[in-house]
Ligand binder design. Structure first.
Ligand code: NDP
Ligand code: 8X3
Length: 248
């Protein structure tokens, strides 16, 4: 990668694990100062200790006031809205409203709170990058994915809304929409059941979080006049949200 992010400051939400942690490493290696935000500060501190120019921020993106208080005054160049989760898989008619709240409050409202606190600063500077972690689940639904799918469709709508409301003002907007990535996502989704999580990826080659981080690094290191808008990244073994080749 030729371009450098030296002198730039990046905020990454959900940096304590998976795609967020890999993205923090990638952006740091490209020279950016990285602000690592999430709830598990022990994880953030361990990651920050292994990186140059890294600081940590205890943040629950569902808490609008806390997000505003922590982020509004930061001088940022890149904002990666990555914090997100799935809670369970099952028929809508049997769903748990508490699980719906967790997904909607984190994946949709968390993104909105983060953008509300950071986008005005980027627009004032007339430069910068906003990267949203969508999903192929924001393009295709799958059985039992109902509310998670809906939250990622919402992220896609937010991406499109950003282009209309804040586009052409020097800030670039990118949605990165991966298929299956082996992270803690499925462990969280199945309430800590590692065996259930392992089954999701059994016999197939999922993406690594570094594959997604690499795509994000590519998007944010293009020349200023180039905005990579939408990146859809599938494992080669996954042809749709419903079709996965196993034990090839
Ligand atoms: P992980 O579970 O590994 O990481 C999720 C991150 O989100 C953690 O750092 C977690 O930190 C953070 N997070 C969750 N809730 C909150 C909250 N309320 N406030 C702040 N941070 C929070 O999963 P992934 O890395 O896979 O997921 C990252 C993003 O990528 C998500 O938006 C997910 O929907 C999306 N995605 C994942 C795919 C996959 O197959 N894994 C595919 C497509 C998209 P902490 O718990 O410390 O707060
Ligand atoms: C998370 C991956 O396949 O569960 O977006 O939708 S999946």
């Amino acid at each position: 990668m030729q371009a450098t992010l030296s002198g730039k400051t990046a905020l990454i939400t959900g940096a304590s694990s998976g795609i967020g942690a890999a993205t923090a490493r990638a952006l740091s290696q490209l020279g950016a100062s990285v602000i690592l935000a999430a709830r598990r500060t022990d994880r953030l501190e361990a990651l920050a200790a292994s990186l140059d120019r890294a600081s940590t921020l205890a943040l629950d993106v569902r808490d609008a006031a806390a997000v505003r208080g922590a982020l509004e005054s930061l001088d940022l160049d890149l904002v990666v809205c990555n914090a997100g989760l799935g809670v369970g898989v099952g028929p809508l008619q049997e769903g748990a409203p508490e699980a719906w709240d967790r997904m909607i409050d984190t994946n949709v409202k968390g993104v909105l709170h983060t953008l509300r606190a950071t986008l005005p600063g980027l627009l004032r500077k007339g430069a910068g990058d906003v990267v949203l972690l969508g999903s192929v689940a924001g393009r295709q639904v799958y059985p039992g994915g109902n509310v998670y799918n809906a939250t990622k469709h919402a992220v896609r709508a937010i991406y499109e809304a950003l282009r209309l409301d804040a586009g052409s003002r020097g800030v670039r907007f990118t949605t990165v929409d991966p298929g299956m990535v082996e992270t803690e996502f499925s462990v969280v989704r199945f309430g800590g059941d590692q065996a259930a999580a392992d089954k999701v990826y059994a016999g197939m080659r999922p993406l690594d979080p570094e594959d997604v981080a690499d795509a994000i690094a590519y998007a944010v290191t293009r020349p200023a006049h180039v905005n990579i808008g939408e990146l859809v990244i599938w494992p080669t073994d996954q042809s749709s949200t419903r079709d996965v080749r196993r034990d090839a």
